[in-house]
Design a protein around this ligand. Structure first.
Ligand code: GLY
Length: 578
């Protein structure tokens, strides 16, 4: 009897502990899954409670990052491996033919930033995209070999490896990408749709057959990229020289000759990415680190946050007319500064301390009228729909953090694949102001500071950001989205800090965007209630609904150093942690 009772109690206790353990595990490493109807992968949108996490635009790239962390790599090692994996499994924006920015915070609290942005070729000229009547030839800056800047991604990853790698094993970091390209991987419905939409353009801008040519891509089809695998093997065995010299460089130069591009061997050999001081500022007791010029992201984000700080956003109803009006006015002012002042700091003097000065920014808001919209001069706008950049956020178990945004510019960049080398060229030259006052692909206008000059970097909006609170890591965040990158990052930060949302809700919430010119507030579907829209219109705002804005990948760290890793529900983006 005694034994029976003991055994009964034992069973009860076991059941209790198993149930408790399961619930605790579910609570601590809670996962939000997305149905796999539309994808051949399980996609996770939120993971809670681990100490390491990776959030990227593609589940295979996320897995590559997690595997590297589990092998003892740090956030920098994982970032390198993810960058190369995305070049294979997310060809619309992941890249070796593009460029980007990395922000990195180590466990001692040191923050560094790397600019691996593309550069204009040495033969570039200020009027290279203007016809004899000085009218812009936009096709030339959007598509084909002439649209490409000198790629920076491979040099960037080599620099990250040299300075920050813990594994000190380059091959281990590149091998997963080689395998993905060589063996292929089943594509998602989203990728199939993208590839199908671009078929006629791939035909127009490539005389040769590429891995991406196929009549009717279906979800689950294997995308095999043998030429890209070969290029990646060169990079794996020779590092920087495997891309900027030798066979791959020769293939790129031949592609330039075929397509009328101007990147030379010398451009490739002399390309260098640059470690630059990150920008930082404060917002309601948090320290915000972000990317300085040639990205406009950090300047604009810090301006927007500072201009907002003296208003009690948390007293406003979320997405009320008061909230949207205030933030749209803040965004308008910052984008006006962007257009006038910002460009490559190696070419233009940027008055950073003036632009980030608190008395300047409060003066800037002195004209803010809560009852009336300001007016930006009206201007025709370009094509805001193509915004294929990609961001990934990584935290390793020691607390190092990487925030990386990288791009080809438009979806599949210049649409031209380097024959034999299998990678897309970027069309980043369109991020220059090809004619002062003329809007680029994102409808952004620019001035003298961002005019084309040989070897200059084109202005970017990429905003890889890291936030600390009391000197401890608090958030890693970033997104693609062209000009909407800055406003998406701004809104996610405000959603967490002011509106006290969970990270998932902060990322999931609908977004709006104002970029000074064109003078309108863009909103995602369902962002504004009809009555809010009416009030905003009565204040003088023009409002236009548009396709989804941004794809934010973010990680939040709590007081116990436990992570919430979130991938944006707007795409196939995937978050993992452990
Ligand atoms: N190509 C988008 C950006 O750099 O902002």
């Amino acid at each position: 009897m005694y034994y029976k009772i003991k055994s009964h109690i034992f069973i009860q206790k076991t059941v209790f502990y198993v149930l408790f353990g399961t619930l605790l595990t579910l609570y601590l490493v809670g996962c939000k899954l997305q149905s796999s109807d539309t994808t051949p992968y399980q996609i996770t949108k939120e993971v809670n409670g681990g100490r390491a996490g990776v959030s990227t635009a593609h589940p295979l790239a996320t897995k590559v990052g997690i595997d590297i962390l589990k092998k003892g790599g740090n956030a920098a090692d994982a970032a390198i491996a993810v960058q190369f994996a995305l070049a294979v499994c997310y060809p619309g924006a992941g890249n070796i033919g593009g460029g980007g920015f990395l922000l990195y915070r180590d466990t001692k609290g040191q923050v560094v930033s790397l600019d691996f942005r593309e550069k204009a070729p040495k033969a570039a000229t200020t009027d290279m995209y203007l016809d004899s009547l000085q009218n812009p030839i936009t096709d030339a800056s959007f598509n084909g070999a002439l649209a490409a800047g000198v790629p920076g991604s491979v040099d960037g990853m080599v620099k990250v490896f040299e300075k920050l790698s813990k594994l000190k094993n380059w091959q281990i970091l590149i091998q997963p990408a080689v395998e993905l390209a060589e063996k292929g991987f089943p594509i998602t419905q989203g990728e199939a749709d993208n590839l199908n939409e671009h078929q006629s353009l791939f035909e127009k801008y490539n005389k040769h057959q590429t891995a991406f040519h196929k009549k009717n891509w279906q979800k689950g089809d294997l995308l095999i990229q043998p030429q890209l695998a070969n290029t990646l093997k060169h990079i794996l065995s020779k590092g920087r020289d495997g891309f900027y010299k030798g066979e791959v460089a020769d293939q790129l130069i031949l592609e330039m000759k075929r397509g009328g591009g101007i990147i030379s061997k010398n451009d490739l050999e002399s390309y260098q990415s640059v470690w630059r001081s990150p920008l930082s500022g404060n917002y309601r007791g948090y320290k915000i680190y972000s990317m300085g010029p040639p990205s406009s992201g950090g300047v604009a984000l810090l301006q927007m946050l500072q201009m907002t700080e003296s208003y009690s956003l948390n007293q406003m109803e979320y997405h009320s007319a008061a909230h949207v009006h205030l933030m749209a006015e803040v965004e308008r002012r910052s984008f006006a500064d962007r257009a006038y002042y910002l460009g490559d700091p190696d070419f233009v003097d940027i008055p950073l301390s003036f632009l980030l000065d608190s008395s300047y920014l409060s003066k800037r808001m002195s004209g803010f009228n809560p009852r009336m919209a300001s007016i930006s001069d009206s201007i025709t706008h370009g094509k805001p729909e193509s915004e294929e950049t990609t961001h990934f956020s990584i935290v390793d178990s020691e607390g190092n953090a990487a925030s990386v945004t990288t791009t080809l510019n438009g979806s599949y960049g210049a649409l031209t694949v380097v024959e034999g080398a299998g990678f897309f060229l970027n069309n980043e030259m369109d991020d220059f102001s090809i004619k002062p006052g003329f809007p680029n692909m994102y409808g952004l206008v620019g001035g003298e500071a961002n005019k084309i000059e040989p070897e200059k970097r084109m202005l970017s909006s990429m905003t890889p950001t890291i936030i600390t609170k009391n000197d401890s890591l608090f958030m890693v965040v970033g997104t693609p989205g062209g000009s909407t990158i800055i406003t998406s990052v701004f809104q996610v930060i405000v959603n967490v800090i002011d509106f006290k949302m969970s990270l998932f809700d902060a990322v999931n919430e609908t977004r709006f965007h104002h970029q000074w010119k064109p003078d309108q507030i863009y909103t995602e579907n369902g962002c504004l209630q009809p009555n809010v829209k009416m009030v905003l219109e009565s204040l003088g705002h023009k409002i236009k609904e548009r396709e989804p804005i941004g794809r934010v990948e973010a990680i939040l760290v709590d007081r116990n150093k436990l992570l919430t890793v979130v991938a944006d529900p707007r795409g196939d983006d995937d978050a993992q942690g452990y």
